[in-house]
Each structure stands twice: as structure tokens, then as C-alpha cells.
Design a protein around this ligand. Structure first.
Ligand code: 5AD
Length: 349
């Protein structure tokens, strides 16, 4: 086996390593090589996107969900939260505020809520796109059939986020009830890409029962899919879920994986996630320094934010609030980056 340094160089040059090499790298990297990895990843992001940080206005428009994922705070089985749905006018108000603040991407994220039918979502997309033709719309509303995704794409949606959560079917089955399958989720991602969406997959780092081999498998899956976006954040337990007592993922693990994904998919759009900002007050900055180039501030109305707790202590009012974009800008400038007013589309090399 090559030395750690050689493996990092190989990942940068060839973009993929064998499963054994990936596992060896993850399990054996030490502090000095970590600093080297982050530096290579950061330079790769700079080479593709310069020092621009793209922002996405996140609208959590419904917390109703028909799924019962064991890790998630808004799972169907959690009775201890106030369920809400934003109305179309409220969503349009969020967009107006977001546009004025400089956002040129709006993300509609929600639980899998049957009340929001395929047609209603298509209408929302059309409404936003006709009012803001210079903006991108990203959907993140879970698993649907090909025809639905196609209809939303034809309605004008540009991007779709659907984390695969874990590429390993057995691991997937330990995080989700029987009704959900890894196979269907992967099929959705393939459909989304085939339709023409800029597509995002991703995982939680340190999710319960996750092994190094699982992470290596996730990387292989991502390499095969070649997504335009990858969402990676630490798992954080939520007190009203079956995983309440499980250990959270760590900052270090998350940064390591962000940097490895940057080297594997050099021009990927890679957010420094809210979960990363939740486990460490400087998490987003550290993420950027490890190769991330996107931040997704919260544009949802203040009064519903506490009801969209996917995990405990989820931050939503500091520099992660869209209204505090000035603070985010300052924080990014302090580390040599600039928040830009731009759709921030995927750039093919
Ligand atoms: N910790 C971290 N991330 C979580 N998500 C859901 N629950 C948690 C949790 N407890 C992530 C999932 C999902 C995304 C919207 O939020 O990866 O795809």
C-alpha cells in the first residue's frame, strides 16, 4: 500500500482509489496528512470556482412526512412537534426577501407530504420561476416516480437534492423502516440525473452502524453517479427518535470526507452544511477550508424554524439565517472568501 501522502496525491490525480485504499486512507490519516488533504481540496475548489461561496435560500415548506426514518426528527412517528405547511403566499414572501438579500437559488425542502401533490409542487415551481426567471429552483422533497420528476423538471425546476444516506443496502435497512429501500432511492437519483436535473446525493457522517467500508462504498457510488452536488453533514441524534442515544458524527470525520469528495469530484458543488455548523461554531468556515463552496442559509419564516428540527440543537438564527447574510459575508471574508450573488450552477470542467 502507498503511503497516506501518495494516496492523497493519487486521489487528486486519478479521482478514484480502490475500496481498500479508501479505507486505509480514512483509517490511518494523521494530523499532518489531514492538513495536506484539506489544502489540496481547498486548492481544487479554488481552481474550479475561485474564492466564490454560493448561497442557497432554504425554505423548509412542510414538516409533514409520511416516512419514519429512524434518525430524523420530523419522522411520522414523532408526535412531539407542531406540524406546519407554508402557504404559497408565504413561500413567495420568502422568495421576495431572499431575492432582495441577493439569493439567486431557492431550495424548496420538505418532508414527504402527500398534501403537497405533484401538481401543487409543479405550480410552486412555475410561480417562483415566472416571478424570478434569473433564479434557480432546487427541489428536495424525497422519492417520487420518473414521471413526477420529469413534470417538475418541465415546470422549470433546475436541481434536486436527495441524499442516498448510505449506499449499502444492509446499512440502509438499519436506518429506515422496511417500506423504504436503498434500491429505490438510487433509482430516483439515476432518474433525476437522466432527466437533466443538477442532482445532489449525500450522506450523514457517523450515522449509527456506519463503518469505514460503508463510507468507501458511498464514495464509489458517488463516483459512479457523478452528481453535481453532494451534501455531507455529521449525524446528530434527535431526542424524539429511536437513535436518541447514538453517538453523533464528528467534525474531523466530516471534514475528512468533504475533502476527499472534493478531490474525487473536483467541480462538485459542496455545501458546508447546517449540521456541520451545529456541531462546531466555526464548522462552516472549517468546511470551506476543507473544500466546500456552498452555504445554505435558512429563509423559512422564523416561527416555523423550531418545528423543522431534523436533529437536536439545529441552528437557524445566527449567520445561518438568510436575514443575517451580512454576518455570513463577514465571516467568509475573514477566511478569504466572498459570498456572491449568483445562481451558482455546476461548472463542467
Ligand atoms: N442528523 C443529521 N442529519 C440529518 N438528516 C436527517 N436527520 C438527521 C440527523 N439526525 C439529514 C438527512 C436528510 C437531510 C434532509 O437531513 O441526511 O437527507
Amino acid at each position: 500500500m502507498d503511503s497516506i501522502r501518495e494516496l492523497i496525491n493519487k486521489l487528486e490525480k486519478c479521482h478514484i482509489l480502490s475500496r481498500e485504499e479508501l479505507c486505509f486512507l480514512i483509517d490511518n490519516i494523521g494530523q499532518e496528512d489531514e492538513a495536506y488533504l484539506y489544502d489540496r481540496a481547498r486548492r481544487t475548489a479554488l481552481a474550479h470556482y475561485g474564492n466564490a461561496i454560493y448561497v442557497r435560500g432554504l425554505m423548509e415548506f412542510t414538516n409533514h412526512c409520511k416516512n419514519d426514518c429512524y434518525y430524523c426528527g420530523i419522522r411520522r412517528g414523532n408526535p412531539n412537534l407542531t406540524r406546519y405547511r407554508l402557504k404559497e403566499e408565504q413561500i413567495m414572501d420568502c422568495c421576495r426577501e431572499g431575492y432582495e438579500l441577493g439569493f439567486r437559488t431557492f431550495v424548496l425542502q420538505g418532508g414527504e407530504d402527500p398534501w403537497y401533490t405533484d401538481d401543487k409542487i409543479a405550480c410552486l415551481v412555475k410561480g417562483i420561476k415566472s416571478m424570478y426567471p434569473d433564479c434557480a429552483v432546487t427541489l428536495s422533497v424525497g422519492e417520487k416516480e420518473y414521471e413526477t420528476y420529469k413534470m417538475w423538471f418541465d415546470a422549470g425546476a433546475d436541481r434536486y437534492l436527495l441524499r442516498h444516506e448510505t449506499a449499502d443496502p444492509c446499512h440502509y435497512a438499519r436506518l429506515h423502516p422496511n417500506q423504504m429501500s436503498s434500491e429505490h432511492r438510487k433509482q430516483c437519483l439515476k432518474d433525476l440525473k437522466a432527466i437533466g436535473f443538477q442532482t445532489g446525493c449525500g450522506i450523514m457522517v457517523g450515522s449509527p452502524f456506519q463503518t469505514t467500508a460503508h463510507i468507501a462504498e458511498d464514495m464509489e457510488f458517488m463516483y459512479e453517479l457523478q452528481p453535481q452536488m453532494v451534501g455531507i453533514g455529521p449525524f446528530i441524534p434527535h431526542h424524539d427518535t429511536p437513535f436518541r442515544d447514538k453517538a453523533p458524527g464528528t467534525l474531523r470525520q466530516t471534514l475528512l470526507l468533504l475533502a476527499m469528495v472534493r478531490l474525487m469530484l473536483p467541480s462538485v458543488l459542496l455545501p458546508a452544511t447546517t449540521a456541520l455548523g451545529t456541531i462546531d461554531p466555526a464548522g462552516r468556515e472549517k468546511g470551506v477550508m476543507a473544500g466546500a463552496n456552498v452555504v445554505m442559509p435558512n429563509l423559512s419564516p422564523l416561527e416555523v424554524r423550531k418545528s423543522y428540527m431534523l436533529y437536536d440543537n439545529k441552528i437557524s438564527t445566527g449567520s445561518e439565517a438568510a436575514s443575517n447574510i451580512k454576518e455570513l459575508k463577514e465571516r467568509m471574508e475573514k477566511i478569504g472568501y466572498r459570498v456572491v450573488t449568483d445562481r451558482g450552477d455546476f461548472k463542467r470542467i
